[in-house]
Design a protein around this ligand. Sequence first.
Ligand code: URA
Length: 217
Amino acid sequence: MITDHSTADGHLTHVIHPLVQHKLTLMRQTATSTAVFRQLLREISQLLAYEVTRNLPLTTERIDTPIQPMDAPVLDGKKLALVSILRAGNGLLDGILELIPSARVGFVGLYRDEETLKPVQYYFKVPQSLEDRMVIAVDPMLATGNSSVAAIDLLKQAGATNIRFLCLLAAPEGVARMKDAHPDVPIITAAVDEKLNDHGYIVPGLGDAGDRMFGTK
Ligand code: URA
C-alpha cells in the first residue's frame, strides 16, 4: 500500500499524495485524450504548487474582521517568479497562476543542437529583480537534465539565487545531473521513474509531454 506522504532527501521532494498519484496514472495512459491530459496536468500542477510553496515566508498585516482587528498572515517579500521552460512548461504554468495570480512570469526557450547535442537558447524573457524573488522553474519532464540545467544556468546568470525546480516526472539520470550541476536547487516531482531509453524518453513515462498536451506529433 502506498501511504499518503511526501518524501524529501534535502534535494528531491517526491510528492506521494494520493490525488497526485491517481491523476498521474491517468496521464500516463495512452488512451487519455489531449483534453483530459491537459486538464489533469493543470490539476496536478496546483497540488505540486502547494508543496513547492510550502516554505514561502509570511509576515503579518493589520486587518479588520467584522468582529475585531487582528494581525493576519500574508505572503512576505517580492512577488515570486514562475519560469516556464518552453514549450511543455506552459502546461504547468496556468494552474499555478490560478493559485498565485500575482506571480511574475518568465519563459526560457531552448532547442537541442543536433551536432553538439547541447541546448541552445532561442528565447529568454524573465521578470526584473530576479535576485529578490523566489523563482520556480517549471518543466513537466526532467529527463536527461540537459535543458533543465541550461535553463537554471541562464536564470542564475540573470541574477536568481533562490530557485526551485518543479516537474511532473523525473528520470534518475536527470535528478543526478541536476544535483551535480545545481545542488542548491530543490526538485519537486510527482514521480521518479525507472530510467531513460536510448531516445532520451523517460521509462515507463508518459511519452512526449508537449505532444500529448498540445495534440501534436
Ligand atoms: N520529454 C518528454 O516529453 N518526455 C520524455 O519522456 C522525456 C523528455
